[in-house]
Design a protein around this ligand. Structure first.
Ligand code: EPZ
Length: 421
C-alpha cells in the first residue's frame, strides 16, 4: 500500500485549482441511467470513487466513453444487467445511488446492501422506505436489496425524511424524476450537491423544483433526454486546502471554486484569524504568518458546518492558540483521526460526540494510519505543520476523495512525497 511522507514546517504559499465535486459527480453519474440517450458529464475529478462508479457501469454492460477532456459519455440503453455486485459496492457505499434510477428507468434493480464503514453504521432504510412509498416492492436478502417497480412503473409520492439524508434525498429524487405524477420530499437535504443533481435532471428535461430547500417537488416525465453537464466544484476539497494554509500560517488562492457553497467554513476560518478575500470563482486565505486561534464548532446538515470538514478543523485546533470544542452530530464514530493525532502530541479529549482540543505550539512527526477519507486529510494537515517527518499509511482512503493531493500540496510548497508500498 502506498504511503505519504511529509516533512512539516513549510509555510504554504501559492495557488491551486479545485476539482469537480466527488459528492456531486457520484449522484450525477448514477442519474445518467435515467436518460433515453447518451449523456456527457464534464469536470469529473480523477478519483478512485469515480473510477469505481465507471467500473460498476462497465459491469452492468454500459461502456462509458471518456473523451480527451476527460468528460465521460454514458449511454444507458446498452445496459445488460441490473445488478450492482457486492465486490464493488463494498468498496464504495455511494453505489447505492444506482438503485433509484434503475428501478425508475428499468423497472427493477438488485444492489448489494452497503455495509457500514469506519465512521458509522450508515443505514439505508430511508432509501428503501422512499422507494416503497412510490410503490416499489423491496426485499433485502442474501446481502442484496432486490427492488421491483409496480405495474405501470413507480408512482409519485409524498415522503418525509425523518433524518436528513444526502444520498437518501438524491436516490428518491432520481426515482421520482420518471415516476407517474408528482412527488414531494419533505425534510430533504439542502446540500449544494443535491442542487447540482436537480440541475442535471432538469438539463435532461426533468421537472425538479425546490432543490436547496427542505421541500423538493418533482413532477415525473415520460422520458429524459441526452444532455451535457459540468459538475460543480468540490467545497470540501476547497475547505481542506484553505485549512492547509491556515495551519501553516501561510497563504493560498483556490481557483475554479465557489465561495457561496461553504459559508459556514469560511466563517470559522475568519474566527480562527484568517484574512479572507473572495471573487466569483476563487477564495484567497492569508494568515500573514500568524498561528490560528482555536474555534468551537458543531456539525449539522447544510447550510450548517459540514461533517466532512470536522476532522480538518480538529487539525487546526490541535496547533491553535487556545482550546476549541468540536461537536459531531451526524456520524456516531467520526473521531478516529484523534487517536492518530495523539501519536503526534495533540492534546485532544473525546467525550461522547465532543472533542475538546487544546492547541499546542508544535506537533511532532510520527508514523500514523489513515482510517477514512476525511480523517486521512486531517493527518496530512497535521503533518504539514508538525516538526520532522510523518509517514501516513493506508492512503488509499485519501485517493478516494482528493485528486493529486501531493502534486497540489507540492505546488503550495509542501514537502510531501508518495512512497509506493
Ligand atoms: C453523504 O453521505 C456524503 N457522501 C458523505 O460524505 C457526507 O459525510 C454525508 O452525506 C453527510 O453530509 C456522498 O454524498 C456520496 P447521510 P450519506 O445519508 O448520504 C443517517 C465523504 O467524506 N441515515 O446524509 O451516506 C446516517 O446514519 C462522505 O465524502 C439514516 O439513518 O450520509 C447519518 O447519521 C463521507 N438512514 C445521517 O443520516 C438512511 O437511510 C446522515 O447521513 C440514510 C442515512
Amino acid at each position: 500500500m502506498d504511503k505519504l511522507i511529509i516533512t512539516g514546517g513549510a509555510r504554504l504559499d501559492g495557488e491551486i485549482r479545485i476539482s469537480g465535486a466527488k459528492n456531486a459527480a457520484l449522484p450525477i453519474l448514477a442519474a445518467t441511467l435515467l436518460a433515453d440517450g447518451p449523456v456527457t458529464v464534464g469536470n469529473l475529478p480523477h478519483l478512485h470513487d469515480i473510477t469505481t462508479m465507471i467500473e460498476l457501469f462497465g459491469r452492468m454492460g454500459i461502456e462509458p466513453v471518456i473523451d480527451e477532456k476527460l468528460a465521460v459519455e454514458i449511454d444507458p440503453r446498452t445496459i445488460k444487467t441490473l445488478v450492482a455486485p457486492y465486490e464493488l459496492v463494498k468498496t464504495m457505499r455511494a453505489s447505492i445511488l444506482v438503485l433509484g434510477p434503475m428501478v425508475a428507468r428499468f423497472g427493477k434493480a438488485e444492489v448489494a446492501l452497503p455495509g457500514g464503514c469506519a465512521i458509522g453504521s450508515r443505514p439505508v432504510d430511508l432509501h428503501i422506505r422512499g422507494l416503497e412509498a412510490m410503490g416499489a416492492k423491496i426485499e433485502v436478502e442474501g446481502g442484496y436489496i432486490k427492488a421491483e417497480a409496480p405495474e405501470g412503473g413507480l408512482r409519485g409520492a409524498h415522503f418525509f425524511f425523518d433524518t436528513v439524508s444526502v444520498t437518501g434525498t438524491e436516490n428518491i429524487m432520481m426515482a421520482a424524476a420518471l415516476a407517474k405524477g408528482r412527488s414531494v420530499l419533505q425534510n430533504a437535504a439542502r446540500e449544494p450537491e443535491v442542487v447540482d443533481l436537480a440541475n442535471f435532471i432538469n438539463a435532461m428535461g426533468g421537472k425538479v423544483q425546490g432543490a436547496g430547500t427542505d421541500t423538493i417537488t418533482i413532477d415525473g416525465v415520460e422520458r429524459l433526454d441526452s444532455a451535457h453537464y459540468r459538475v460543480m466544484p468540490d467545497r470540501i476539497e476547497t475547505g481542506t486546502y484553505l485549512v492547509a494554509a491556515a495551519v501553516t500560517g501561510g497563504r493560498v488562492k483556490v481557483k475554479d471554486t465557489d465561495p457561496t457553497i461553504l459559508e459556514a467554513v469560511l466563517e470559522k476560518l475568519k474566527e480562527a484569524g484568517a484574512d479572507l478575500t473572495t471573487g466569483e470563482d476563487w477564495i484567497e486565505l492569508d494568515m500573514h504568518g500568524k498561528r490560528p486561534k482555536a474555534v468551537n464548532l458543531r456539525t449539522a446538515p447544510y447550510p450548517a458546518f459540514p461533517t466532512d470538514m470536522q476532522a480538518q478543523f480538529i487539525s487546526l485546533n490541535a496547533i491553535a492558540e487556545g482550546t476549541g470544542a468540536v461537536i459531531e452530530t451526524i456520524f456516531e464514530n467520526r473521531f478516529m483521526h484523534v487517536y492518530e493525532m495523539h501519536r503526534m502530541g495533540a492534546q485532544i479529549q473525546v467525550e461522547g460526540n465532543t472533542a475538546i482540543v487544546t492547541g499546542v505550539p508544535a506537533l511532532k512527526g510520527a508514523p500514523v494510519m489513515a482510517t477514512d477519507l476525511r480523517a486521512s486529510a486531517s493527518l496530512v494537515l497535521s503533518a504539514l505543520v508538525a516538526e520532522g517527518d510523518t509517514l501516513i499509511d493506508r492512503i488509499y482512503h485519501i485517493d478516494r476523495g482528493y485528486e493529486c493531493i501531493e502534486e497540489k500540496l507540492q505546488m503550495l510548497g509542501a514537502k510531501i512525497r508518495r512512497v509506493p508500498g
